[in-house]
Design a protein around this ligand. Structure first.
Ligand code: FES
Length: 137
């Protein structure tokens, strides 16, 4: 499994989202009040962009006239035809046994834990001398 650095934690505020592209796949990263989750930005129904969906709660009912709200901010509604998906698991609420959008683990990692890559950009030392910038080559 390959790890990709996609953002700093400050870039996605609680309740916010960010679309990133990894290996030609768009993935939407959500901040669920400090828990970060990712889902494929493509609805399994007909390809709607889930990043444009409205985030809502899990709404259930035990009897007519009674409505229960749970897990606010953890369910997204596809903007095209309104299918609902659990942001934590990718599971649909229309046909949960059959339909799911791909979900991704998102971990918060300190910069000192990231491994240096094999590539290094060329650097040139720059010094100041009075009012001039001097480039050493
Ligand atoms: S494309 Fe998402 S519900 Fe149809």
């Amino acid at each position: 499994m390959t790890r990709h650095v996609v953002a700093t934690i400050d870039e996605i505020k609680p309740g916010g989202r960010k679309v990133v592209t990894i290996d030609d796949r768009e993935i939407v990263i959500f901040n669920l009040n400090g828990d970060y989750v990712g889902i494929l930005n493509r609805c399994p129904h007909q390809g709607g962009k889930l990043c444009d969906g409205v985030v809502t709660a899990l709404i259930t009912s035990n009897e007519p006239g009674q409505i229960n709200y749970a897990r606010p901010g953890e369910i997204i509604r596809c903007p095209w035809h309104g299918w609902f998906f659990d942001l934590r698991s990718g599971q649909s609420w229309g046909e949960p046994d059959r339909i799911k959008t791909r979900n991704y683990n998102v971990a918060v990692t300190g910069g000192n834990e990231l491994v240096e890559g094999p590539y290094q950009a060329e650097t040139i030392e720059v010094t100041t001398d009075q009012q001039y910038l001097v480039v050493e080559t």
